[in-house]
Write a protein that binds this ligand. Structure first.
Ligand SMILES: [Zn+2]
Length: 526
């Protein structure tokens, strides 16, 4: 069959892609109008014709349209078809065409030779390496597995654009041999003189530098190697590779995480990390992902400047379980800062009293230390799973809802009397909370620690539960909280200030051990 307007002959074959009720009933394919064309060219093993060059102009293959831009050529062809009387009718149709995300211009597919990195033949091995890595949360491992299962071609690593890492290769001008320079130096082959005397294959002395650059992830997949000083300090590298943890967002599992696994395996035959920590996405207040085009991107820098890095960190830790999406609310970030203020104020209060040796502990101390043990146990399980949501929220709850309003208020009178049981406990709890929170809010905890205890909190170990703090009194927390709340409510009902004496209050029997402290706290006349 002869195709207008250039009159070249093409073969007609039967194919499922042709729809008899659409247009002429024949499916026209060219190299390349769309991704379907690419698929059919591969499937039918056809020789593509490069009719458009990299500048977007028609090539020699376009005959008399050579040199025209794609748009101008389209108009010229339409005009010629009309002039030759080949146009039966013109109708407006709607069809799919890929467009550039930024400019909105239609995308043209241009055939070029390029560099690929092998991945298909090592996929089974990569999957077994992935099984050797521990994921937090466990379920997000599936994101990586699904991506690996979807890979059908090797990784195209070459890109045609400016300002990226150059592909460090030269080609022999005589025989075309690919020449690889010595490692250890950054090469710009399009600009630098070739670092070879002669071609190893043919002895030629003329070389052409590669002009292409690498895909972004070709560089990013080296980040763990850079951190371990690969090829810089190999002693350090051997001590630290594989690295202990890769923290990253779930949106770049298929590129940053996957290509790092591929790169580390291809270079070293090993997994890149022991652990992988995958966070969810921060969404806008209405639950949408943030995009420049939606105009809903929240700039963290002004928030950091206003609320401080620790408030931001505490908010991020306490907002959601690891791996889950979260909505970004500036109010909640401010709320995190209010907790830091609370911590600061509690620490300032405690710092006004001297530390004391561990004496015989009184019931109120035994109760709050038993609660501290509970906090330490739950927090440890959160930290072990790299889920900072657990220690952040449990510690806030302990400090804000138990230690400050109940314990401190109950023992204030003894603190001023420098009662050893009380002073020991105030400082023990503060030291423990600072050590517990240091991984999440490193700045404020260290500032408080240095101020009160000297040195740095960051050389301290994570606090562990202590057997001697175990006590049955820990079970009385709900009763105690309920009693205090009832007294506060009753004082309010009677129009009394918190300090004013109150009578007619009955102490539940199980709270008898706290009788003295409760009576001092509320000024109760039994
Ligand atoms: Zn050569």
């Amino acid at each position: 069959m002869v195709v207008p307007p250039l009159g070249q002959e093409v073969k007609v074959v039967s194919h499922l892609a042709a729809k008899s009720d659409f247009g002429t009933g024949a499916a026209m394919i060219c190299s390349y109008g769309d991704t379907m064309d690419i698929q059919l060219f591969r499937e039918l093993n056809l020789d593509p014709v490069a009719a458009i060059d990299e500048e977007g102009r028609m090539t020699e293959a376009a005959g008399r349209y050579e040199g025209l831009t794609v748009i101008a050529a389209r108009a010229a062809i339409s005009k010629d078809l009309h002039a030759d009387g080949l146009v039966e009718k013109v109708v407006t149709i709607q069809h799919r065409t890929p467009i550039c995300q930024r400019s909105g211009d239609p995308v043209e597919f241009i055939l070029t030779e390029d560099w690929y990195m092998r991945q298909l033949d090592v996929l089974p091995k990569l999957k077994s390496l992935v099984d050797e890595m521990e994921f937090h949360p466990k379920r997000h491992k599936q994101l990586l597995v699904d991506w690996m299962d979807s890979i059908t071609i090797d990784w195209p690593v070459g890109r045609r654009r400016y300002y990226h890492t150059e592909i460090p290769l030269w080609y022999c001008s005589s025989c075309g041999e690919v020449l690889v320079p010595e490692p250890g130096k950054y090469y710009r082959p399009w600009k630098d003189p070739a670092p070879f005397e002669s071609c190893a294959k043919c002895g030629g002395t003329e070389f052409r530098g590669e002009e292409g650059v690498f895909d972004t992830w070709m560089d990013s997949s080296n980040s763990n190697l850079v951190a371990c000083q690969y090829m810089k300090d190999m002693g350090f590298f051997r001590d630290h590779f594989p690295t202990s943890i890769r923290p990253q967002g779930r949106d770049i599992v298929r590129n940053w995480l996957y290509y790092t696994v591929l790169k580390s395996y291809s270079l070293l035959g090993e997994k890149p990390f022991e652990q992988v920590w995958i966070s969810g996405m921060g969404l806008d207040a209405t639950g949408r992902a943030m995009h420049d085009s939606l105009g809903n991107v929240i700039d963290p820098l002004p928030i950091l400047a206003r609320e401080g890095a620790d408030a931001f960190r505490f908010w991020a830790a306490s907002e959601t379980n690891v791996g889950e999406e979260f909505r970004i609310s500036e109010d909640r970030i401010s709320g995190a800062r209010r907790f830091l203020t609370k911590l600061w104020n509690v620490a300032r209060f405690i710092s006004s009293f001297p530390e004391a040796e561990a004496p015989e502990l009184k019931p109120t101390e035994r109760w709050i230390l038993a609660e501290l043990n509970k906090l330490l146990r739950t927090s440890a399980s959160g930290y072990e799973d790299f889920n900072f949501f657990v220690p952040a929220n449990r510690t806030r709850d302990y400090l804000w809802n138990l230690f400050a309003p109940h314990y401190i208020e109950m023992v204030k009178h003894r603190a001023y009397e420098e009662d050893a049981s009380c002073l020991y406990t105030l400082h023990t709890v503060l030291r423990t909370l600072l050590r517990l929170l240091a991984p999440i809010i490193p700045f404020i905890t260290d500032a408080i620690w240095r101020d009160i205890y000297g040195n740095t909190v960051h050389t301290e170990s994570l606090p562990q539960p202590a057997d001697e703090w175990e006590s049955k009194l820990g079970k009385l927390t709900p009763a105690l909280v309920e009693f205090n709340s009832a007294v506060w409510k009753e004082k309010k009902r009677r129009g009394l200030t918190l300090k004013e004496e109150i009578s007619g209050i009955a102490l539940p029997k199980n709270l008898m051990p706290f009788s003295d402290d409760l009576s001092a706290m509320h000024n109760i006349r039994w």
